[in-house]
Design a protein around this ligand. Structure first.
Ligand code: TXA
Ligand code: MG
Length: 309
């Protein structure tokens, strides 16, 4: 593949048709969703899925999320109980991933689930990913479109930089609106915090954060979303050589949200980390972010980004 790859194609019929063709031929293509840009391939084709792992340099024990157009398509791949169906009806399309028992007959590649008998499924709420699902007619495995362990991409340029020379194309439909990966739920456990908070999902409070310890979820990979430079959390001011990412009253070189709005901060988080990584002379410092609502997911990503590598 040429080092000038990926080509960046603006969202439109032609771009979707070309990406669908690449995917139907067993390749992978990057496409925006409402959360982050994903690197999509045919979830029923083991060679295609191997191509995702290879492009990302991803450890093969970390399973992938499969994207489908609607609940009906999801029910062909996984077994839903009443609770799962309630969540799906309420939050799909949207930034919710459900981990459910896999239907073996669905023909999903075992590389997608990394050998587990469960599968992570979601219905994305984004015109580009929906159009690609429609044009390809396939369930699409799609992790975030960045080199493994790096900062997730919320813009086409982030993808192009992180996966330069490794994928053929990226569909550009601007910045992703939510900016953080989907909330992953299994039963009444939240395996990965995300745009939908515990309270959004389970207003009765009968729920918990974290898996049962045997599940391979991002929580077990301590260092993740990591910039190249060291990251210091809960900073109120910058130390020598640092690039400070502010929030609310803490003014930085950059800010997640001047008015202290957590949804705005989530949408800006990864772009701010990409910018800081490019501009900081020394380390990166980040202002405290309240542990409320989507702030829980922001702090989850920040802690992993700051974890020792
Ligand atoms: O918002 C998102 O979810 C984005 C966009 C592209 O849709 N995708 C995404 O995929 O974040 P990825 O592959 O980066 O994250 C998938 C996570 C993995 O870290 C994995 O641990 C968890 O989902 N996962 C996948 N299958 C699982 C399973 N069967 N049981 C438990 N966790 C699972
Ligand atoms: Mg990721």
């Amino acid at each position: 593949m040429s080092p000038t790859n990926p080509r960046i194609l603006p969202y439109g019929e032609a771009a979707i048709a070309e990406a669908a063709q690449v995917i139907r031929a067993g390749g992978c293509a990057a496409v925006p969703t409402e959360t982050v840009y994903g690197l999509a391939a045919d979830a029923t084709d083991s060679r295609a899925v191997a191509g995702i792992y290879e492009a990302k340099g991803r450890p093969s024990f970390n399973p992938l999320i499969v994207h489908v157009p609607d609940l009906e398509a999801a029910e062909l791949i996984a077994v839903f109980d009443d609770d799962a169906r309630v969540l799906a009806r309420r939050f799909w399309p949207g930034p919710l991933t459900l981990v459910l028992p896999l239907r073996a007959e669905a023909g999903i590649s075992p590389l997608v689930t990394a050998g587990l008998d469960t599968i992570a499924l979601r219905v994305p709420d984004h015109r580009a990913m929906q159009a690609l699902l429609d044009a390809s007619g396939l369930p699409l495995a799609a992790p975030s479109a960045n080199a493994s362990g790096g900062i997730s991409p919320t813009r086409a340029e982030h993808v192009a930089t992180s996966l330069a020379g490794r994928i053929p194309l990226v569909i550009d439909d601007g910045a992703t609106p939510a900016g953080l990966e989907s909330t992953i739920v299994q039963g009444r456990s939240v395996l990965r915090p995300g745009p939908l908070s515990l309270r959004d999902l389970f207003p009765d409070g009968r729920a918990q954060i974290g898996g049962n310890g045997t599940i391979v979820a991002p929580g077990q990979l301590e260092s993740h979303y990591a910039p190249g430079k060291p990251l210091r959390l809960n900073a109120h001011e910058r130390e020598a050589g640092e690039w400070l990412i502010g929030f609310g009253a803490v003014l930085g070189d950059d800010t997640l949200s001047l008015r202290g709005d957590l949804t705005e901060a989530a949408a800006n988080l990864f772009a701010a980390l990409h910018r800081a990584d490019a501009r900081a002379d020394g380390g990166i410092a980040v202002a405290p972010v309240p542990e409320l609502g989507i702030g829980v997911a922001i702090n989850d990503r920040l802690r992993r980004a700051a974890a020792p590598r």
